[in-house]
Design a binder for this molecule. Structure first.
Ligand SMILES: Cc1cc2nc3c(=O)[nH]c(=O)nc-3n(C[C@H](O)[C@H](O)[C@H](O)COP(=O)(O)OP(=O)(O)OC[C@H]3O[C@@H](n4cnc5c(N)ncnc54)[C@H](O)[C@@H]3O)c2cc1C
Length: 299
């Protein structure tokens, strides 16, 4: 781990909220749904589509899970009301995945049903490896009835290639990312190049198995590698999209848009910005360093 990133993370608990907010403001739309609406409107005006996310994770009570579900329904209503080009991203631990599988499935079904009524789409974010099986199980259960739902797979997990084989027995809509959580070497690739190699290997496999893929990365090497695969397989513009996080590598993002690729930006918002930001920094100290660097360089 880079010693500077380690130092930033160690000192974060000492930072006043105002300073953490400075970090957070770079890549969070704001605290309210209207903040997110305005941000998505702005992105849409630049030919960028969005996926909106209510911040938070791992709730511990049924009441909190129901509240999360209600918040997601409000987001879907706002997207329809303000005619935004955005779908929603959901963390299943916010709907109680860790406390009660059936509760989570039933709340998630309500969200997917609501999205369907608005002709919209729901993306299931992928969280830490303890919930990978549960997350995939919910996805498999829900897609028996609904086709407006997709899942995320993480290129750093050794199991991902076999998950792709299993999940592409029927047509699947994926997001592929490197993965943000700290996982043990036994189950995850750790070296930067290994993760990149697996990303491109899995991406090719997803396309060969006729999937739609959201290519979620800010890594120039992976953007170039993905474009090469897109050309080789002669894919059309509506076979894939690139995805980036709000406020990250905007120059690279704009270049991809200018080249005519579809680009979707992940727009997180909500009151839980402080917990989200500090947890992200602790979970992956390199993110803290990257954020600091991007604030300084505005790249
Ligand atoms: C749209 C989207 C959705 C995602 N969903 C998930 C998910 O469901 N589950 C999951 O585990 N992970 C998710 N991730 C995170 C992902 O797994 C990676 O941790 C993250 O994208 C960094 O990897 P990278 O491919 O961008 O490459 P990196 O090599 O990590 O980053 C390349 C460059 O991008 C910049 N950068 C990257 N991340 C940030 C940041 N947060 N802030 C500032 N600058 C940054 C830095 O300049 C860095 O040098 C998502 C990422 C995106 C873009």
């Amino acid at each position: 781990m880079n010693p500077l990133n380690k130092l930033i993370v160690k000192t974060i608990p000492l930072f006043p909220r105002k300073l953490v907010r400075l970090f957070a403001d770079n890549y969070i739309a704001g605290e309210t749904l209207m903040n997110a609406v305005e941000k998505v409107k702005f992105l849409n005006s630049k030919d960028i589509i969005a996926t909106t996310d209510v911040l938070g994770e791992s709730i511990t009570t049924k009441e909190e899970a129901v509240k999360s579900k209600d918040e997601d329904l409000l987001v879907l209503e706002a997207i329809d009301k303000y005619k935004l080009n955005s779908n929603v991203s959901i963390k299943l631990t916010m709907l109680g995945l860790k406390i009660d599988y059936n509760l989570c499935l039933s709340l998630f079904t309500e969200i997917v049903e609501c999205a369907k009524s608005f002709n919209n789409f729901v993306r299931i974010d992928m969280e830490e490896s303890a919930v990978t099986d549960g997350t995939i199980r919910i996805f498999e259960d829900i897609r028996i009835k609904y086709n407006n739902v997709g899942i995320v797979l993480q290129a750093y997990l050794r199991r991902t290639e076999s998950d792709v084989m299993k999940l592409t027995e029927t047509k699947t809509n994926f997001r592929l990312c490197k993965g943000i959580y700290i996982e043990p070497e036994k189950i995850a690739f750790k070296k930067k190049q290994e993760i990149r190699d697996n990303f491109l290997k899995v991406l090719r496999l997803m396309f060969e198995r006729k999937s739609y893929v959201g290519i979620a990365t800010h890594d120039k090497h992976l953007v170039e590698g993905s474009k090469k695969i897109i050309n080789e397989l002669d894919l059309k513009q509506n076979d894939y999209e690139f995805q980036m996080l709000l406020g990250v590598t905007e120059k690279l993002r704009d270049k991809i848009v200018a080249e005519g690729h579809r680009m979707r930006v992940y727009v997180p918002f909500g009151e839980r910005w402080y917990e989200y930001s500090t947890r992200r920094f602790k979970e992956n100290p390199n993110v803290a360093g990257a954020v600091l660097k991007s604030i300084i360089l505005r790249k």
